[in-house]
Design a protein around this ligand. Structure first.
Ligand SMILES: [Fe+2]
Ligand SMILES: [Fe+2]
Length: 308
C-alpha cells in the first residue's frame, strides 16, 4: 500500500498556462505568430513503426509475438529497446536476451513507453550549441520520468506502469524550439541569463511558453490526449487526483520539482531542505523525500549515462 495521496490545491507556480492555438477555449493572450507556428510545424512526424506499436499495445489482448514482430521491422529501434529494457529502471538488468522475452517480461505498456522515448529522441538531431546541451535536456527528462515513477509507487497510484514516458516528455516544447527556432531560442537564453525567468522569457520572445509549444507538438504527433494535457500543465498543480489524467499531471508536476532538487544536489553535493509548507502539502518529510529522490536518481543513472 502506498501513502495516502496528498491534498492538491490551486495552481501554485508560474504564469498562466495557455492552451495551444486552435484548442477549444484558447485564451486571447496566446500571441504566437503564424510564421513561428509554421516553423514549428516542421517538426517531423513520428515514424509508422511508432503508430503500429501504439495500435498493437493499446489492445490488452495483443500477444507479445505480434509486438516483437512489429518492432523487428526497425532493427536499430529494436536494439535500443533491448538495451533500455536491461537497464536498472525495469529491474531485469542484463537478463533480457531477446525482443520477444523483453515484450513478455516488460509488458505492452512498458514496450510502448520505451519505443516512444526512443522514437521521440530520434526526432531531434541538433547538436549542443552555445549554452544549451540536448544531452542535459534528455537527462533531466529521464530523471523526471524516474522521479514520477517512484512517486507513483509511493502514493499507490495506478499510473505507475506508464508514468515514465509522461515525465520524460514533459519539457518537449523546449527541445522543439531549440531544434526549429534557433534564433528565438538564442534570444530566450540571453533574456534568461539577464535574470528573466525562463518561461517569462519564452512568452516575451514567442508569445507562448514551452508548455504550450509542447502541447502543440504532442497534438501534431497525435499522441494520446493525456500527453497533451500533462505537457501543457506540468508547471501547474492539479486541483485533485481523482482521475488518471490528474494523477499523471500531479506526478509529473512533483516529479519535475524533485528532479530539479536532485540535480541541484549534484552541483553542491547537499540536498536542499524543502520548505515545511511544501512537505506538508505532499505528505512527505525531508528524510522520506530525500530517500525517494535518491532512489529515482539511482534508477535513472544507467539511462542518463547514455547521453553524453
Ligand atoms: Fe518545464
Ligand atoms: Fe522540467
Amino acid at each position: 500500500m502506498g501513502e495516502s495521496p496528498p491534498s492538491t490545491g490551486p495552481a501554485s507556480s508560474g504564469l498562466a498556462n495557455p492552451a495551444p492555438a486552435g484548442a477549444p477555449g484558447a485564451p486571447a493572450q496566446l500571441r504566437i505568430s503564424p510564421e513561428l507556428l509554421a516553423k514549428l510545424e516542421r517538426v517531423a512526424p513520428l515514424p509508422s513503426v511508432y503508430h503500429e506499436l501504439r495500435a498493437l499495445t493499446a489492445v490488452r489482448t495483443t500477444d507479445s509475438r505480434s509486438i516483437s514482430g512489429a518492432l523487428e521491422k526497425d532493427p536499430v529501434l529494436a536494439g535500443r529497446v533491448l538495451k533500455l529494457a536491461n537497464s536498472a529502471i525495469f529491474g531485469f538488468r542484463g537478463k533480457i536476451t531477446g525482443l520477444h522475452l523483453a515484450v513478455s517480461l516488460l509488458g505492452n505498456n512498458n514496450v510502448h513507453n520505451l519505443t516512444s522515448v526512443l522514437v521521440v529522441m530520434a526526432q531531434f538531431r541538433r547538436p549542443a550549441s552555445g549554452d544549451f546541451n540536448p544531452a542535459e535536456f534528455w537527462k533531466h527528462g529521464v530523471l523526471c520520468g524516474c522521479c514520477a515513477t517512484v512517486l507513483a509507487e509511493h502514493y499507490g497510484y495506478s499510473t505507475r506502469d506508464d508514468i515514465f514516458t509522461f515525465g520524460l516528455l514533459h519539457d518537449l516544447g523546449k527541445i522543439a524550439v531549440y531544434e526549429n527556432l534557433p534564433d528565438e531560442f538564442a534570444r530566450i537564453i540571453k533574456l534568461n541569463q539577464s535574470g528573466i525567468l525562463w518561461r517569462k522569457a519564452e512568452h516575451e520572445v514567442l508569445g507562448i511558453d514551452h508548455t504550450g509549444i509542447g502541447a502543440l507538438v504532442a497534438q501534431s504527433w497525435k499522441l494520446p490526449d493525456d500527453f497533451v494535457q500533462v505537457i501543457r500543465s506540468h508547471h501547474l498543480l492539479p486541483e485533485g487526483t481523482a482521475s488518471l489524467t490528474d494523477q499523471r499531471k500531479f506526478l509529473v508536476f512533483l516529479g519535475n520539482v524533485v528532479a530539479h532538487m536532485a540535480e541541484g544536489r549534484k552541483r553542491d553535493k547537499k540536498w536542499p531542505s524543502m520548505k515545511a509548507e511544501f512537505l506538508q502539502r505532499f505528505r512527505l518529510d525531508q528524510e522520506g523525500l530525500v530517500r525517494l529522490a535518491t532512489k529515482a536518481f539511482e534508477d535513472s543513472r544507467e539511462v542518463r549515462a547514455e547521453f553524453r
